[in-house]
Structures are given as structure tokens and as C-alpha cells.
Design a protein around this ligand. Sequence first.
Ligand code: DAH
Length: 342
Amino acid sequence: MTDRINELIAEVEAFSSRAAAEIEEFRIRTLGKKGTVTNLMEEFKTVAPEMKRALGQRLNELKTKAQQKINDLKASAEAAGPRSESIGDATRPGAGSAEPVGSRHPISLVRNEIVAIFDRMGYTVADGPEIEDDHHVFTALNFAPEHPARDMQDTFFIEKNPDVLLRTHTSSIQVRVMEGGKPPIRVICPGRVFRNEAISYRAHCIFHQIEGLYIDEGVSFADLKQTLLHFAREMFGEDSKIRLRPSYFPFTEPSAEMDVSCNLCGGKGCPVCKGTGWLEIMGCGMVDPNVLENCGIDSKKYTGFAFGMGVERIAMLKFGVGDLRLDFENDVRFLKQFASES
Ligand code: DAH
């Protein structure tokens, strides 16, 4: 019997709970009518008289300890409040401050803004694969077979099959759109592109472009100019001016490079525009009739324009980011600075 009393004392000492139901269950199991302590009290009546003194003292100790333990646990469960056994008070604010709000990546912000501007002009968004073939990236776009852009130096090819490559520009999407549909076509094509470039503050092997394409009967260079002027005003401010400089791309004829007046110095000249007052932001031109024919569009009936711009470059101008490697590092100290932009 001594052993059983000792075991029960140890059990009472070890027990702990803040749940009212568990404490009550413990009370019934020990001090209840058929509880372990109560049973021992009954048994005690039959113990030989010479043993009674020592055992009685120990048994009383057990009973007092059990009662004391139950009282203490009940008191602390009540002090902790009625809901403490489960999830706590769900209406109380959480520990610490509220969840921190995330921010959009500057590249996403700029891309979304450009897409929204063209969306308001009736352009829809088109998508295409990043892993492409020679036809969509070069051949259909009128690149001569010996054109340097086809070189390993610029393009990532899959070694085993040179017809599989990572697209070097989003102009491949305009080929897919023309092949897949009939004019009128008015699309904007954002996407990631890849070039075999050494990484520096102004170049990366992965970057983002947005391609635009408009094909219909009677589309002229004047339409292109007015569309791009409207875009520049929406993107960089109402006072923005544009200028078009003659250029060359295999897929447009005539081709041009577009500059926007520097929105930092208002065209007076500053370090960002290198004193010229102008910033180069995109290539553009009238879609070459060869390209229309390559994509199954009647070049006698239809004309159109295309343009392509680099998203990192525009983000650089808009947010004053001086090193485009920051766009790829995902350092929260950089990303947090865009938290107030929508
Ligand atoms: N694809 C060209 C590039 O990667 C950009 C470009 C220039 C796209 C002129 C066009 C365009 O659609 O008309 O540099």
C-alpha cells in the first residue's frame, strides 16, 4: 500500500492542465466516489493497527496534495479567462503588429502601366513561348541567314538542336499572332527575353520587353507616330515630346528609333540624358511586307506598324534605378521602396 500511495503522490505532483474539463476529470479520477484516493481510504480501514499511524499520515498527505493541486489549477484556469483552453480570444488583435504588406516588383509595375495605357487604346494582350524556334524569332521576321543576331554569341541555343532557342526578343509573338489570326490585329505582347550578354549594371542575359503590333487596311506611319506620342504623354507626363530617328530592323521598313524628352530635366540636358535632353526608349517601324507575307497576311491589302521597348530601361528612367542588376536580386531593401506604388 505504501508503494501505491507514493506512486499516486508522484502522479498528483506531475499533473498539470489549464483546461477546466481536464482538471475536473482529474478530480473525479482521484478524489471522486470511486477515485483512486477514495479507494485507498476505504482499504485503510482494514489495515493492521500497528501500521495505521505511519500509513495514515502518508495517506492524508496524498489527499491534501490532490485537493490543493485541484484548487490551484482551477484558480489559474479561471484567471486565464474562459477561452484560454482553445484558440484564445479571436477578437483580440494578434501579437505584435499586423502582417506586413508586400510590394509589387518595379518591373511588374512598369509592365502593368504600359499594358494599361495600350488597353485603353483598344489593344489586347498576347503571349508566346520563351523557348522558341528559328522561324518565329528570325526567319519569319526577315532576318538574313547570315545576320549576326543568329550567332551563338547573342542567342542561347539548345546544343543538340539549333532550331530550339530562347527568344531574343518579343517580336516572335507578333509572328505567332499574325499566323494565328486575321487583321484587324491590335496587340501588346509583354514577355521575358534572353541574350548571351555579360551581366553588368546596364546589361543582363534576362530582361523584359513589350512588343506592339497594329495591322489593318490603310495603317500609316502617321498612326504610329500619334500612337507613340499618346503613349509617351501617358507614361512620362503630358508635356512629353517624342522624336523619331531613322534606324534599321530587318522586320520593319522604314524603321525608327524613338526618343522621349527627358522628364528629369524637361529637355534642358542632365546627366541621365547625357546632356542631350532626349532618352531613347524603343524601336519601331512599318511592318516589312515580307514579314506580312511570311505570316500569311496579304501585303497588298494590309499595312501595319510594330514597336518594341525594354521594360528595365523604362523602369530605370521612371524610378531612377541606376543598376539593373537590382531588378534581379530580390533584395527586400530594394523591393520595399516600391510599396506605395499600386
Ligand atoms: N525586336 C527589337 C529588339 O529586340 C525591338 C523592336 C524594334 C521591335 C522595332 C519592333 C520594332 O517591333 O518595330 O531590339
